[in-house]
Design a protein around this ligand. Structure first.
Ligand SMILES: C[S@@+](CC[C@H](N)C(=O)[O-])C[C@H]1O[C@@H](n2cnc3c(N)ncnc32)[C@H](O)[C@@H]1O
Length: 186
């Protein structure tokens, strides 16, 4: 399904909102992983910022397109086809991990373990409490209220946003939760 979608997509990939808005939290030199990268908008930003960047996705078309774009931009991104559920990241292997619009709850223990001490997790995906007609309808792919905070228990929360349906619905980022968490340095 994703191969077909990416083959027909000629948009320039963009980094997710939390990474764009909080990129100033990134360390100056570090290893970074864009997990379930798709076309690699996050990986491109991480690499542009000077991080040693890896991108993993199940879609060979997504990975191929990302590799081409990285080459065009003279960026060095280690982009690989990988099933991240079957083959989770090794413990203590990255300083920064970014996951956007990919929710597999059972992956969180491996994600937190894969962060090095003081490492940062950037996470963004859809929530249950969202305006009708936006995002997926399958509740398996929607975070419940404050669920992302629970899934990241043990991290120091550096940034968090989950606005739901409160106040002026014409403003804000209503259908997603965004988090930056840091692994304690010990
Ligand atoms: C909604 S897209 C998000 C892509 C990208 N993170 C973004 O924000 O644009 C979900 C991605 O997860 C990938 N994916 C699904 N299952 C996967 C798995 N088991 N291992 C690796 N990638 C997977 C799909 O190929 C797809 O690229």
């Amino acid at each position: 399904m994703w191969n077909k979608r990416y083959a027909n997509n000629n948009d320039t990939p963009q980094a997710c909102q939390v990474l764009r808005e909080c990129s100033y939290l990134l360390p100056p030199s570090a290893t970074a992983l864009d997990l379930a990268s798709g076309l690699g908008g996050n990986a491109l930003l991480l690499s542009q910022q000077g991080l040693e960047t890896t991108a993993w996705d199940l879609s060979s078309v997504g990975i191929e397109k990302l590799s081409c774009l990285a080459q065009q931009r003279s960026l060095s991104i280690n982009a690989q086809v990988r099933d991240v559920i079957q083959n989770t990241p090794e413990e203590n292997s990255f300083d920064v991990i970014v996951v956007s619009y990919f929710l597999q709850r059972e992956l969180f223990p491996a994600l937190l373990a894969a962060l090095k001490p003081a490492g940062l997790l950037f996470y963004e995906t859809f929530i249950v409490e969202k305006p009708a007609g936006t995002g997926p309808s399958n509740p398996d792919y929607l975070l419940k209220q404050n669920e992302l905070l629970s899934l990241c228990d043990g991290l120091i929360i550096r940034a968090y946003r989950e606005e739901g349906m409160v106040g002026d619905m014409a403003q804000g980022s209503r259908n997603i939760a965004m988090l930056v968490g840091q692994k304690p340095n010990c």
